[in-house]
Write a protein that binds this ligand. Structure first.
Ligand SMILES: Nc1nc2c(ncn2[C@@H]2O[C@H](COP(=O)(O)OP(=O)(O)OP(=O)(O)O)[C@@H](O)[C@H]2O)c(=O)[nH]1
Ligand SMILES: [Mg+2]
Length: 470
């Protein structure tokens, strides 16, 4: 009796499964990985994939703890026009004999990771193993900032940009060039190129000095668009007359082309297809740079996040057509610079930074979480005695000299407002504290069979992002 019933159920489930997902293809989850330049995207994807292939250090991934994961394997990705994420090269750099950090990324890339899992529970016992493909897409957060350009004309963008950078030392040279230019005069291509080059140079030095709002996004990461007209424009003061063929008119045309030929295709072809998202934020780096950098990061992150609030942009809601990112994880990276006793304070700062952006629309129902992680742990914890008191510190191999050193980053306040408020009020230095950071190199390590490279909380991140689908 019982067996006929279960047989019936199992046939039904098989039938339903085949009808829904089609027996010919397995479900796919697209995971977007983003963050501003140097936030830690490449190291994150490399560490995550290595630790999903060899899961010895992933106890918080539930399907792994329940021993339901049969195998995980890399597969050719489905998008023929996207470069593959160079996983093997990055892993070799991070874990070789002379471990080093991977080079900065030039373009969007993708990797397909496939899971063969035993489904959980009663139903699972009946249906047998199934396959889930996770397509990981690495793209710069700066490209999300470009969304704001869609609502702005060239004149509005020029004015806003010139205004915003007016007081920045990094922009002095560009501003002088731009002000000396008369946009009403006929276009002279070498002058246009020089303007764009000067603006790009400003963006690079602004980025290097810790400013986060470095847009248009492709100016920092041009890929194969380098030198093309869509990237040969810059903000200019608007002249009284803008005759046909003038520099101003041509810059306006190129700005519009950037929006329609670069910004829109990215959102349509890549962003609109993302199911889950992780946003990596180098909070520690900004704190180290000082209050101005932290405030700039907070404002920029709020802008990055507007891409995840359907309704913030009409054109975007139109192409999304009701589809939205279901889960968003905000991760403060490089947490291995801190002793674990300070991780809650770091997470709290990350959370507070997002609170404003979050409360505005709560991402229209997307589930969100914040945590601190290290994609590749380069340090071990150590207790230091300084002036008779104990300090929770970390020790690692210095990037600059290759020597071992212990570091104490400073005491992050338990109350995030102690940092965020002075930053918002325009303080130029932290009053009662100093935050040091040392650049650590990846540690030399010999990995045991079945274990990925050392990390902090990659398993928690993976559980949040894909655990419910395993
Ligand atoms: N200590 C430590 N440093 C990290 C970690 N992850 C990233 N870093 C540092 O941050 C730098 C940037 O990391 P990437 O992963 O290349 O950052 P990215 O976001 O891909 O950068 P771009 O491709 O240039 O936009 C690395 O070179 C490291 O110095 C980490 O887990 N621990
Ligand atoms: Mg990268």
């Amino acid at each position: 009796m019982f067996s006929t019933v279960t047989n019936g159920i199992s046939r039904q489930i098989n039938g339903a499964g085949a009808a829904v997902s089609g027996i010919f293809f397995d479900p796919v989850l697209r995971l977007g990985v983003t963050g501003l330049s140097r936030a830690g995207k490449t190291v994150f994807i490399t560490g995550l994939v290595a630790n999903l292939l060899d899961r010895g250090r992933m106890p918080q991934l539930r399907a792994e703890a329940e021993q339901r994961i049969d195998t995980v394997y890399l597969q050719p990705q489905p998008d023929d026009t996207l470069p593959r994420f160079a996983y093997e090269d990055h892993l070799a750099a991070l874990t070789g004999d002379d471990p080093r950090w991977p080079a900065s990324t030039r373009a969007v890339s993708e990797l397909r990771l496939s899971f063969r899992v035993q489904p959980a529970g009663f139903v699972g016992a009946l249906t047998g193993p199934r396959v889930l493909h996770v397509d990981i897409v690495d793209y710069p957060g700066e490209w999300l900032l470009d969304l704001a350009l869609l609502d702005k004309s060239y004149a509005e963008w020029s004015e806003a940009t010139l205004d915003r950078i007016a007081k920045r030392a990094e922009a002095l040279e560009f501003l002088a060039t731009a002000r000396a230019e008369d946009g009403a005069l006929a276009l002279d291509e070498p002058r246009a190129l020089a303007l764009a080059a000067s603006f790009t140079a400003y963006l690079h030095s602004a980025r290097a000095n810790g400013w986060s709002d470095c847009t248009p996004g492709r100016f920092l990461l041009p890929g194969d668009l380098a030198g093309s007209p869509v990237l040969t424009f810059a903000p200019l003061p608007k002249p009284a007359q803008t005759p046909r063929g003038s520099l101003w008119r041509e810059m306006e045309r190129r700005y519009d082309a950037y929006k329609s030929k670069v910004v829109k295709p990215f959102f349509r072809d890549h962003f609109a297809r993302i199911d889950r998202q992780i946003v990596l934020v180098d909070v520690l780096g900004a704190i180290h740079q000082g209050p101005r950098a932290l405030e700039d990061l907070r404002r920029t992150m709020a802008e990055v996040l507007s891409a995840f609030r359907p309704g913030s942009n009409r054109w975007l809601s139109g192409i999304l057509g009701g589809k939205r990112v279901g889960k968003i994880l905000f991760a403060a990276t490089k947490a291995d610079h801190l002793h674990h006793s300070q991780h809650p304070a770091l997470t709290a700062i990350m959370q507070a930074m997002l609170r404003e952006a979050q409360s505005r629309a709560d991402f229209a129902g997307a589930e969100t979480m914040a945590l601190s992680l290290a994609s590749l742990r380069t340090t071990v914890e150590e207790s230091l005695t300084r002036d008779g008191s104990q300090l929770d510190a970390v020790r690692g191999r210095l990037l600059a000299t290759g020597k071992q050193a212990a570091m104490y980053a400073g005491e992050l306040p338990r109350d995030p407002a102690r940092l965020l408020s002075p930053a918002r009020e325009g303080a130029t230095a932290w009053l009662d504290a100093d935050f040091a950071l040392m650049g650590f190199a990846p540690a030399r390590s010999t990995l045991k069979a079945g274990e990925g490279p050392p990390h902090i909380r990659l398993d928690r991140a993976a559980e949040f992002l894909i655990g419910d689908r395993l």
